[in-house]
Structures are given as C-alpha cells and as structure tokens.
Design a protein around this ligand. Sequence first.
Ligand code: ZN
Length: 343
Amino acid sequence: MKATLFRQHGGPEVLEDTDFPTPEPKAGEILVRLHAAALNRMDVMVRNGWQGLKLELPHINGADGAGEVTGLGENATGFKIGDRVAINANLGCGQCESCLSGRDNLCSNWHLLGETIRGTYAEYICLPARQLYKLPNDFDFHASAAAALVYQTAWHSMVTRGKVNAGETVAIVGAGGGVNSASIQVAKHLGARVVVIGSNSEKLKKAEVLGADILIDRSKESDWSKAIFIATEKLGVDVVVDNVGTTFPLSLRALRKGGRLLTVGNSDAPRFEIDNRYIFAKHLSIIGSTMSNLADFAEVMDLVVAGKLKPVIDKTFPLKEAAAAQERLWRGENFGKITLDIS
Ligand SMILES: [Zn+2]
C-alpha cells in the first residue's frame, strides 16, 4: 500500500511517501481502505518525538480517518465488505475493568492511534471492530475524518465531564483549532452563550458564523479577562474551555464563582504558574480529559451524520503532501480541520 511515514523523528522533511506492507486483519479486526485522513497537532508532536515516546519505526502518523471496509478478520462482527466507516482513535484494550465498565478512556493499557500505534496516513489500516462507526452511504469521508477526534474530545469534555447547561456562558480560548471550532458548535448545541477569544478578526468572523455570540480580539485586548467581565455584567463566565495552557491565569480570572475550567490539551507550553487563591476563593474546578469513550463517540457521531454538528474543513491536501499540510497546521494558519485525500 501507499503510506506517508517517517523512519526517524524530525522536521517535516522526515516524512516519506512510499510503499509499505498492507496490514492483515487479526481475529476481531476489520481491514479498512482509507479515503480520507485528518490532521491533529499531535501528529507533528509525534513526528518531532519526545523523551519517553515509545513507538515502532517506521511510524505512520494519523489519528483520524474514514473509508470502506475491505476485509474481515476471523470472528469480526457488525460490519460487511463495502460498509463506509469512520475511525475512533481512542484505543482501549477492551478487556480490563475500565473498558468493560464503559470507561475505556481510563484503560490502563490505553493507546492513541497514530501516537504509539501506526495511524491513518496510509491506504489501509486494521482495527478492532469496536473502533469503527458505520456511516450513512452518502456521508462524506473527509467530513467524517475531520469530525472524529475533535467532536468526541469536545463532547466528552463539555458534556460528560464539564456538564455544560443551556443558558450558561462558555468562553473558548482560541478560534482556529479543530477542537475549538468543534467546542463552539457543541456549546451552541447545548444552548449555551458562547464567548470566543481569537487571535485576529478574520478567525473571529469565522467563529461568529459557527455561532459565537461575543467576540474578543486578543491582539487588541491582551488581558481579555477584563473584556469578559465587561461583557458579563462583571459576573464572569460559567465555563472556560482552555486548551492553550499558559492562558490559565486569565481563564481563572474570567470565571465566575463556582465556575469550571475545562482542558483537553495545551497548544502552548505545558508548565506555568497559577494563583491558587482564585481556585479556592471562587470555588473553581479544573477538569481535565483527553478523547472520550466508545459511548460518547457514538453519540456525537450520530449528531454529526444527522447534520446537527458540522465539521469545519480548512483545506485538503493529497496524502503525499502531508508535510505541507502539517506545516500549515503547525503555523496555525488553518481554521478548522486539514484533511488528506487518499484516493
Ligand atoms: Zn482496557
């Protein structure tokens, strides 16, 4: 099969468009002919590598993908040849106490597809049947690939963990990233009022199209917690979605009493100082999560295929131009998801 892989960690130049053995489905696994993959910032971090990251080289990037079932391993059930499927990258072992109780994201042997296991920048992939979501025949592969990781992540954080309610005000730090554009839509779907803090007016305009009610341009207002106070009659917001990290001090200030700070990652540095007085004096909660579980994935994908949540696609590149696609993502030039065409 064709794949874009790397044999050593490094910059975009280590990505190589080449032939690689087509995987064969083991018992319980399904072979999928991928037609689309979607990029995540994690892909670039894995390509660069970090101390302690354990993976087998050559490695294939990619957590998100969608395609057609072309092979079934022994005892693989629930799918037939020709079914169109989206991939859930959240890989629990399927056997431990956490997995059996529906909390597969807490699995002690948890893996993320494309991080420690070869991913979707390839023509074929084999996965356990439980990792696949059956798509309607007319649903687009690129929209499916663009949806899978970011919507399940936003849904699990905001619904299952953060318990965002109708009528609450949710501030989202950043406008362009895939999880942030998904978070705007999930918050609106839940009936919340949405404040978006964006880096420029162009991205804020796009956030407004997705439903953002209040727009704050951080290039003009570096202390955007003040702007939030003014916009909320000095109450602050109920929830902040902060996947930047170093902005936690401002997020903690922007929260009202009893507020929740939700985080699923850090696009900036992972270490920073926070003032503990905000946390106890305002009864704040900091709620972390990553990805979701199988039930949340199915629930949010049902909303995606029903058109209630609409994946935002920034740009599509051919698979062999994955390096250019990753550069666009890493420079933050995108609004929404970048996908790869694997036709
Ligand atoms: Zn498990």
